[in-house]
Structure formats: structure tokens, C-alpha cells
Design a binder for this molecule. Structure first.
Ligand code: PLP
Ligand code: COI
Length: 341
């Protein structure tokens, strides 16, 4: 299979249309068998529930070319299961988890020419999503849905890749207590659009959201969870019912504890503690681990000791181990790697 003529190493995190995507429709209480299509456009009613009431959720995962030339995905079963949780919370029908994994496999295989080569620094980002497609004018869930998966080759989420970024403590909330912060609902991202543009206008790369209830605890950013390294070398990550259970974060915590032999803690993290941390990183599928160099709290700067030049040493070790597993350089824990076939 010949790869597409793409300048892989200079890709940003953007959309490039690829050849095939998966589509399945839910009607009369059942999913159809689904198909791969070349048609990248969606045609729906002007009154579709997704357009009027944002009834939509999505997932994000990546395909990698490994050192020995295989194409693999990282823990797609966890994306399938998180999408189930999102659908249930949004009164949407679940797309069966085994079929989700098969469809991811088929989309990657059909777009193999777009999977960036090993060592290029790029990956194939896979975006499964679902939306209520029939006309709904009273506030209620749709009866008909479409589930789709497309794929697009991407580079680093933050310009500069592994260079530390500057974030600010945000005065807007991304999620309410007992709301939808723990699922991957499109509405959470709509909530964050003004806040992220405002952050950019003020010269910051991202927002640090605090808990909406008390504004004392660290939650997450608009698209990634936090991990902190304490000065005595412990990995700490916030526990909250209103943040997305990041698959990257769960994997990193496992890697830290079971492969690197570090102490790990998932607990409430007070913002007051952050000034005493040694390192801070944002973790997610898109972000991988992006080091944070500076946190601006309403004009007061917290400068992480790891600085603005490069990743801190512990973050780097975590990054190298996780990406080593994803690219096949380090043996993966059982069940983490799905080989595309
Ligand atoms: N938090 C939010 C709000 C996200 O959108 C994402 C991205 O999916 C994450 C965290 C990271 O999750 P994951 O590691 O599963 O990609
Ligand atoms: C991801 O990491 O997959 C995300 O969905 C984050 C972002 C692009 C919103």
C-alpha cells in the first residue's frame, strides 16, 4: 500500500479529508448493518435534534504505525465503553461495543494510506460520533440517530509539540456539578469555546478549570486531564465527578505505578497545592502529554520548576514510556494494543 504524499512531519492538529468513513443509521429501534462510504457529507433535517438541542457525543482515539510496520490502535475498547456511558446519559441508543471496535478497525484499514509512517511524529486521529438526526421540536430525544467514524492524519495538538505551554485559571466553568462533565458530550465543548478564545486573546494556550461548586479544586482543561508530579516524585491526578475519565490519564497512572514503580494518587487536588508541584502536564489522546510551564492565576504566576524550555524529567519518562507502548517499542500491558487487520 502506497502512502499518500503528505508532509507528515509538519502536520498540525487539523482536518484532512480521507477516503472512507463508517456510517450506520438507527431507525425503528435498531442499528442497520452500517457501511464504509466515500461521502464525507451529512444530510439531515433542518430540525434534527442535534442541530436544535445538541444531542451529540463523540470519541477520539489514534492509530499508529509501530516500529515493526504494523498499524495499531490504543485501547479502543475503552473508547467504546466511554461512548456507551455518553449515549446513556444523553438518551441516545448505544452502538454495540464490539461493533464499535470493528468499525474503528475497518475505517483505519480503509484509510491505511493516511496512517503516518513510524517516526514521523504524526498519527491518524479517529473520531467516532453520534447524533440525533430526525426532526424534533419539543425538547425530547430523537428517535433516529446516525453513528459515524472518520479518520484524519494529525500532528501535535499544541503548536511546538513538547514545548511547555502557559495556561490560566479560568473564571468560566466547563461543567456543572451533577452535569455532563464526565461524558464526551458536544455540549461540553460548546461551553468551552468562548473561554478558549478568550484565553487565546489574553495570550494563554489553555484554560485550567476549577470545580464549579467551590472554585478551590483543579478539574481539567477543555480537552485534557491534569497530572502533577510532587516534589517528592509522586504522580497526582484530580479526582472529580465532573471531569472526563481520560484514557490517556488512566493509562499513565498504570504505567507510572506498574512499569515505572512510582507512587500514584488520584484524589481531590486543591488549587492551593499547585504552587508546590514540581511538574504539571495535560494528558489526552490529542495532547498526549503536553507539559505546562506556567499557570497564571489572575495575574499571579506559578512557574513550575521544570521551566519553559522542555518537559520535566518525570513527565518525559511517562511520555517516553506511553508513546513507546503505542509505537511498539515497549511491551504493552495485556489488551492495550489492537492490531488493525
Ligand atoms: N478531558 C477532556 C475534556 C477531553 O476532551 C479529553 C479528550 O478526549 C480528555 C480529557 C482526554 O481523554 P483521553 O485521554 O481519553 O483522550
Ligand atoms: C481528544 O483528545 O481526543 C479530544 O477529544 C480532545 C480534543 C480534540 C477536544
Amino acid at each position: 500500500m502506497e502512502k499518500k504524499d503528505i508532509d507528515w512531519s509538519n502536520l498540525g492538529f487539523g482536518y484532512i479529508q480521507t477516503d472512507k468513513r463508517f456510517v450506520s443509521n438507527f431507525k425503528d429501534g435498531a442499528w442497520d448493518e452500517g457501511t464504509l462510504t466515500s461521502d464525507a457529507n451529512v444530510v439531515i433535517s433542518e430540525c434534527a435534534c442535534v442541530l436544535q438541542y445538541a444531542q451529540t457525543c463523540f470519541e477520539g482515539l489514534k492509530a499508529y504505525t509501530t516500529e515493526d510496520g504494523k498499524i495499531v490502535c490504543f485501547r479502543p475498547d475503552l473508547n467504546a465503553s466511554r461512548m456507551k456511558d455518553s449515549c446513556e446519559r444523553l438518551e441516545m441508543p448505544v452502538f454495540p461495543e464490539d461493533r464499535f471496535i470493528q468499525a474503528v478497525n475497518d475505517v483505519v484499514k480503509a484509510n491505511a494510506a493516511y496512517v503516518p509512517p513510524y517516526g514521523s511524529g504524526a498519527t491518524l486521529y479517529i473520531r467516532p460520533y453520534m447524533f440525533g438526526s430526525n426532526a424534533v421540536i419539543g425538547v425530547k430525544p430523537a428517535d433516529e440517530y446516525q453513528f459515524r467514524i472518520f479518520a484524519t492524519p494529525v500532528g501535535p495538538y499544541f503548536k511546538g509539540g513538547a514545548k511547555p505551554i502557559t495556561i490560566r485559571v479560568c473564571d468560566f466553568d466547563r461543567a456543572a456539578p451533577h452535569g455532563t462533565g464526565h461524558i464526551k458530550a458536544g455540549l461540553n465543548y460548546a461551553m468551552s469555546l468562548y473561554a478558549i478564545m478568550d484565553a487565546h486573546r489574553q495570550g494563554f494556550d489553555e484554560n485550567m478549570y476549577l470545580d464549579a461548586g467551590t472554585r478551590t479544586k483543579v478539574e481539567e482543561t477543555g480537552g485534557a486531564n491534569f497530572i502533577f508530579v510532587t516534589k517528592d516524585g509522586k504522580i497526582v491526578t484530580p479526582k472529580s465527578d465532573s471531569i472526563l475519565p481520560s484514557i490517556t490519564r488512566r493509562s499513565l497512572m498504570y504505567v507510572a505505578e506498574h512499569i515505572l514503580g512510582m507512587e500514584v494518587e488520584q484524589r481531590e487536588v486543591y488549587f492551593d497545592e499547585v504552587k508546590d508541584m514540581a511538574e504539571c502536564g495535560l494528558c489526552g489522546t490529542a495532547a498526549v502529554i503536553s507539559p505546562v510551564g506556567k499557570i497564571n492565576d489572575h495575574g499571579k504566576e506559578i512557574c513550575l520548576p521544570s521551566g519553559m524550555e522542555e518537559m520535566g524529567p518525570v513527565t518525559k519518562k511517562l511520555y517516553d514510556t506511553l508513546t513507546g507502548i503505542q509505537m511498539g517499542r515497549i511491551e504493552a500491558p495485556e489488551g492495550w494494543i489492537h492490531v488493525i487487520r
